[in-house]
Design a protein. Structure first.
Length: 271
């Protein structure tokens, strides 16, 4: 199994264009949040922006607009009911699922994206749970998609027996897609048949919102032009590294998802 370590990252990172502008670095759409779970959308959108993309639009419920703008005035917004009226070609990557809830609207939005959007889609949280409830959607998965389940979410959608690395590898192979199994350690299985193990991170990351942050980072790197498999591997490394940096000045038990975003600014690997 391949390791995602500093040498691997150094060999695969693309440095930013010095004369680039905000559209050069990509536009991410984040479809997330529902009543009581607006924070998931904000964490995901903020992480995407801090991971280097030029523009982020959050598709969130109306009640999320004020807290979003209060903490992140750089982020644009729209509402989930408007998805089918959006020109999806304006977006270089889309993240869907964090705190989204499971409703008729969210199910239809996921189905619409899988059938209509030709760019990278990062599928997390409630979007993964929808795949478990609507298994016909699994046949729409392909190499443009990155799934990011933790073990519980994976158990709700997968149909294989065996240990986790075998299950995730088999799933990625069956559906020709990319799968990040968030665990200790985190495993990345790619559509091309490779599997990677991450070397950063720690148990302090087992905290609410940590996965939402990862989803934002992945979408950001996809929007910046990384191939999906590379974006998946780089993102889990950077996500874990930011958490490793955080515990240099605080305890693991005190770590929260916002601390991971805050420490992205200490990582210059992607510059």
């Amino acid at each position: 199994m391949n390791q995602i370590d500093q040498n691997w990252v150094t060999a695969h990172v693309k440095h930013r264009l010095q004369k680039g502008h905000k559209k050069t670095f990509g536009h991410v759409m984040v479809i997330a949040g529902s009543p009581g779970k607006i924070g998931s959308a904000i964490l995901c959108a903020k992480a995407a922006l801090h991971a280097g993309c030029g523009l982020v639009t959050a598709m969130i419920p109306e009640e999320g607009v004020s807290p979003l703008l209060a903490s992140n005035p750089e982020i644009m917004y729209t509402h989930p009911s408007a998805l089918k009226n959006c020109d999806l070609s304006n977006f270089d990557a889309i993240a869907i699922g964090p705190g989204m809830g499971i409703s008729d609207e969210s199910i239809e939005n996921l189905r619409y994206l899988l059938t209509s959007y030709l760019g990278p889609i990062v599928i997390d949280a409630d979007a993964l749970n929808i795949l478990g409830l609507q298994p016909d959607l699994l046949k729409l998965l392909n190499e443009r998609h990155i799934l990011t389940p933790h073990i519980g979410e994976f158990a709700r959608i997968q149909k294989f027996s065996g240990n986790n690395d075998q299950q995730s590898f088999a799933f990625a192979h069956m559906y020709s897609t990319h799968l990040i199994l968030k665990s200790s350690p985190t495993l990345v299985s790619t559509a091309s048949g490779q599997q990677f193990v991450n070397t950063t991170g720690h148990d302090g990351m087992a905290t609410a919102g940590s996965g939402d942050v990862l989803t934002g980072i992945i979408a950001s790197l996809c929007a910046q032009g990384y191939e999906n498999a590379t974006a998946a591997c780089l993102s889990v490394y950077v996500h874990g590294l930011a958490a490793d940096i955080a515990i240099q000045t605080q305890s693991k038990s005190s770590l929260v998802a916002s601390d991971i975003i805050q420490n992205l600014n200490q990582i210059r690997l992607l510059d």
